[in-house]
Design a protein around this ligand. Sequence first.
Ligand code: SAM
Length: 291
Amino acid sequence: MMKDIATPQRTKEILNKYGFSFKKSLGQNFLIDTNILRNIVDAANITERTGVIEVGPGIGALTEQLAKRAKKVVSFEIDQRLLPVLKDTLSPYDNVSIIHSDVLKANIQEVIDEQFKDVEDLMVVANLPYYVTTPILMKLLEGHLPIRGIVVMIQAEVADRIAAKPGSKEYGALSIAAQYYATAEKVMTVPATVFVPQPRVDSAVLRLNIREEPAVNVEDETYFFKVFHACFANRRKTILNNLVHNLGPKEKKQEIEAALQEADVDPKRRGETLSLEEFAKLSDALLKRLA
Ligand code: SAM
């Protein structure tokens, strides 16, 4: 029996065999701990009927553990140098497809339609490249994809921001954007020692369970996103000041004040104290007056 890819020794052998050098610019930090991988796969509740989309397979450490449990795994890898490596390391598994593509440019819905006709449910599972964590997560969430959830290794600090509750210092536009589409929880924190090379930041596994319906009802989703982003443009400013300076024409101050009153939000509050429900009410009240 071949040893798992994610052991320090086998990883070293694979890297040496192919003379592979890490590209920092591509966020290449590979996992070398099978226990952590098992925890990630467990957190995703994968069965033999589950389809999995992976971002960035690297040399296949996580892909292998997913392939052992899932019906099918499709992985997007941007680095062409890894294609021959993956062909070799994943040769024992006939349920894995590698797509050579930047996931941010890929048509994920099309891939789902083509590759996952016969699965019962669909999960995204990945050890993400940290330089593009937020754009990748937002693409997956905003794409209205037919996925049950997302389990990802990301920077601990970003996991904290995504899962943050109103009133905490981590709570901001990213928390609201993610929690609009999904419930978010930090599953575990992970030490840098389980990666080669070791990242300079702490890491964590985050689970997002996609909601059947968004958390709140709004008249206009795009406007709602504009409103809460404006409210966090300057964290030290009050909600009124942020809206006046970052949402619409400044001469609309009176309309903004009226909208805050209608939504029952004190203009002196700061964005970090508002719940999703309050942002939704405020967005609809502003839309009536400003849009
Ligand atoms: N899954 C492997 C593991 O856990 O050992 C590797 C994870 S490593 C943190 C991130 C991987 O994402 C690398 O293989 C990198 O080449 C790839 N990657 C970086 N940017 C990407 C992008 N925009 N689209 C797809 N893959 C990307």
